[in-house]
Design a protein around this ligand. Structure first.
Ligand code: NAD
Length: 265
């Protein structure tokens, strides 16, 4: 299976190049960064610290969509929306890891899924997908008196907050309580804001160092507190999950899928 990586020189891009080259039945068929990128023309194997693979970094994403079976995209929201348009035009499968898409960008992705298989997940690790199920279950069982707080920490380069994973965990909690997350999410607290509202789902964001991704969902009740935590210690788990999703996409019809579909949860 021929796999292309957009954002191939990024933190996740380099991990993805290594994960594709290690996967059975998959090969690196192309990699793209915007024109003028300092690594333009470099061999993609060398970019990932591996032996050369004879394929170089280019700036032509549209051409990439025409020659590969699936594209993996861990870039930035504006680029991901453009790539979804290319998946729409080419019918090529797209695996999206980029987080922080606004409503318009998300609509572009959802529309493209009528024409190509698109897999989108805020987190491609197996552990976080299991955690989402546990959070939904705990939120369903525990009464509203158990205040739900989602705490996350990431490295200091991360640009969006709260993380896509924190929002997905908040969504899982809201699903468990059968409420609309937008109605109960409390993402910013500053100044004299009064007591916490019963039923709110709070978010707290920490940024620092090289933390790959820590997430805790707390259920703080009267006399006890339940905490469910996931800690990623390597980006490899995300890269391996995304490559697994790309290989899975080969058998899929157009549609919008999640990592839970890939894992069969
Ligand atoms: P990064 O900044 O290291 O890498 C992004 C790369 O995309 C850069 O090299 C940049 O030059 C490139 N890029 C930007 N616009 C482009 C375009 N139009 N065409 C091609 N390449 C383009 O960031 P990162 O840490 O690798 O994270 C990237 C995204 O992935 C973020 O949104 C992050 O939140 C997300 N992420 C998701 C998961 C997951 O499991 N879903 C895991 C880790 C990171």
């Amino acid at each position: 299976m021929k796999i292309g990586i957009v954002g191939a020189a990024g933190r996740m891009g380099r991990m993805l190049l290594a994960a594709v080259s290690a996967a059975d039945g998959a090969e690196i068929a192309g990699g793209v960064e915007p024109a003028g990128h300092p690594d333009m023309g470099k061999d993609l194997g060398s970019l990932a610290g591996l032996d050369p693979v004879g394929v170089v970094l280019t700036a032509d994403a549209r051409a990439l969509f025409d020659v590969v079976d699936a594209v993996i995209d861990f870039t930035m929201p504006i680029a991901t929306a453009a790539h979804a348009g290319m998946a729409h035009d080419s019918g090529t499968a797209l695996v999206i890891g980029t987080t922080g898409l606004d409503d318009l960008q998300q609509n572009t992705v959802s529309s493209a899924a009528h024409f190509a298989p698109i897999i989108q997940a805020a987190n491609y690790s197996v552990g976080v997908n299991v955690l989402e199920g546990l959070v939904e279950q705990a939120a369903r069982i525990l009464p509203e008196a158990y205040d739900i707080e989602v705490l996350e920490m990431h490295h200091h380069h991360k640009v969006d907050a709260p993380s896509g994973t924190a929002l997905a965990l908040g969504q899982a909690a809201a699903d468990g309580r059968a409420v609309n997350l937008d109605d109960v999410a409390d993402k910013v607290r500053d100044g004299i804001i009064g007591p916490r509202k019963v039923g709110d789902i709070g978010f707290a964001t920490l940024r620092g160092g090289d933390v790959v991704g820590d997430h805790t969902v707390m259920f703080a009740g009267p006399g006890e507190r339940l905490e469910l935590t996931h800690k990623a210690s390597s980006r490899e788990v995300f890269a391996n999950g995304a490559v697994r999703a790309a290989i899975w996409s080969a058998q899929q019809k157009p549609g919008l899928y999640s990592m839970k579909d890939v894992l069969g949860f």
